[in-house]
Structure formats: C-alpha cells, structure tokens
Design a protein. Sequence first.
Length: 189
Amino acid sequence: MIVGIVNMYSTLYGCRYLINAIHSLGYRTHVLDGVRTSQKDIAHLIQHSSITHWIFSGSPTPVLEPDAPQVPLSVLGLKEKQIMAICYSMESVTVQLGYPLKDYGSVQTEVFHLPILKEHHLFDGIKDPMVMRRNHQWYVSSAAVRKQLLASYKDQAMIVLTKNAVLIQFHPEKSVDGKKLLLNWLQSF
C-alpha cells in the first residue's frame, strides 16, 4: 500500500522522519509539496488519487502567518479517504474550523506520557499512558473539542477525531508508541 504525505515543510528534509517511519512500517510513500501547491490542487489530487490514506505533516512555520500553507478542509469530507493531520497541520484544521489556538510563548519540546481518554482501535497494543514526543508552540484547548477528543495532556487536545480525519498534536513518527498508532491507523480503516 502507498501512503500519501503532504509535506508542509519548506524542504523534503523536514519530512524525513515521517517518511522513514512509514517505510519502516512496510509501506511506500507518495509525497506532495504542501508549501508550493495550492490548497485547491492538493484537494483535487487527493480526491482523484487511488491512495486512500493521506498524512499532512508538521512544519516549523507559524500556522497563523498570512502566507502559511493550510490543509484544504474539503479533504475532510472525502468518504473514501482517511486523513491524518500532524502538529502544524492539526493547528491548520482546527483554526479553520473556528477553534482558537493558545500560545505557550515559546516552543515546547519534550517526551511526555499521554493518557488515553477513550478506548479506540488507534490504541490497540499501546500501553496507557502512551510515550510521545512533541515540539510545538501552539495548541487547542481540550475543552474546545471535548466531544471529539481521544487524548489530552495538561488541557491540550492531543488526539481529536473529526469526520474522516485524525488530528494529532505531537509527532507520532518520533516514538515507538507513535509508530504503533500510525500502524493502527493504516490497518484499521
């Protein structure tokens, strides 16, 4: 199976951990440039692709910058596609859906223990709490998305379900538990 990746970094180098993680799970990747390709073209390419699973990567760019690349919301309604939005891309989706971002004031980088709030097949074979790695400055409050929330950390929404998408506010490609979560997502839809 081929997994589509929309690279939201300015270079392919920024997306290397995600690409390598997908390859280590036994899948091939097809990468689209999310920075230089319009939202409309990305949505069209995803809709008409035979690839069913698409991941929008993280990025160091502040999502609220005027020219920051965004996840096209139209992909959230594609019934035959599964979408995962990681870190920056989660922020892009939630802001466009009208949820305010909160600012730490500086980039938070840490390995942390993420408690699971609801049972879900994404967590099959993963011990509670999950060990994850995060690297971000912005977050959405857990209270704002509580109906769709699967995991949170210190009032920060960490895993949110919406339509055909899983929104993740950490980097699953950088931990053992995160790679298992990626594999569960790839195998369960």
